[in-house]
Design a protein around this ligand. Structure first.
Ligand SMILES: *[C@@H]1O[C@H](CO)[C@@H](O)[C@H](O)[C@H]1NC(C)=O
Ligand SMILES: *[C@@H]1O[C@H](CO)[C@@H](O)[C@H](O)[C@H]1NC(C)=O
Length: 178
């Protein structure tokens, strides 16, 4: 019963696709998986910037002029009020990231195309500071019409990052909060 309902729904979808050429053309305007993977790989070369000049050239092309980064995880580590940009402006970001030490030990867990103009990147960094803890996180990239990165929402395990970079983490007394 269930199967036949699904099969019937699939037939309806298939026939409406034939009936509506605009709808069947839609995927062509969407992001291909290979493009998403390529964008993430370029972004990684900016983070690790083993070759600063090449990373800068990549960043100039890859990032939109009105680039912004938003991350409560970073604001928490900085002790700043939450829900504000951590970088606003392409050159500020590029110089900030390229003048900082390379982010090392970057591994991609998944690159997912999210709709037609967003990419979700799940990652783990194993090379932060003292490397005592791996740091897992997600970047949600928003792209402009030229497939340049315009917004990055990024959240990660900031306690692990803090442990790696010398923060003193003091657990509250009593059983762990659930
Ligand atoms: C966070 O900031 C955005 C953009 O400024 C705003 O729309 C949103 O309401 C804010 N959220 C909270 C919980 O303050
Ligand atoms: C990156 O390139 C821009 C434009 O050429 C330049 O102004 C900037 O100083 C460079 N930044 C670094 C860190 O090399």
């Amino acid at each position: 019963m269930k199967f036949s309902l699904i099969a019937a729904a699939a037939c309806t979808l298939a026939s409406s696709a034939f009936a509506a050429p605009a709808w069947s053309a839609w995927p062509n305007n969407c992001l291909a998986q290979s493009t998403a993977t390529d964008i993430v790989n370029q972004y990684i070369t900016i983070l690790n910037h083993y070759d600063v000049k090449a990373a800068n050239a990549t960043a100039q092309t890859l990032l939109a002029d009105d680039y912004i980064e938003i991350s409560d995880s970073i604001l928490s580590l900085e002790g700043q009020p939450l829900n504000q940009t951590t970088f606003a402006g392409k050159q500020l970001y590029i110089n900030g990231v390229l003048n900082a030490p390379p982010v090392e030990g970057i591994s991609t867990l998944q690159v997912l195309v999210a709709g037609c103009d967003q990419i979700l990147w799940q990652w783990v960094f194993t090379g932060i500071g003292s490397k005592v803890a791996q740091v897992k996180g997600f970047n949600l990239f928003g792209l402009n019409a030229q497939n340049q990165i315009k917004t990055v929402h990024l959240e990660f395990n900031s306690i692990a990052w803090g442990l790696d970079t010398g923060y003193q983490v003091i657990f509250p007394p009593g059983p762990p909060p659930s």
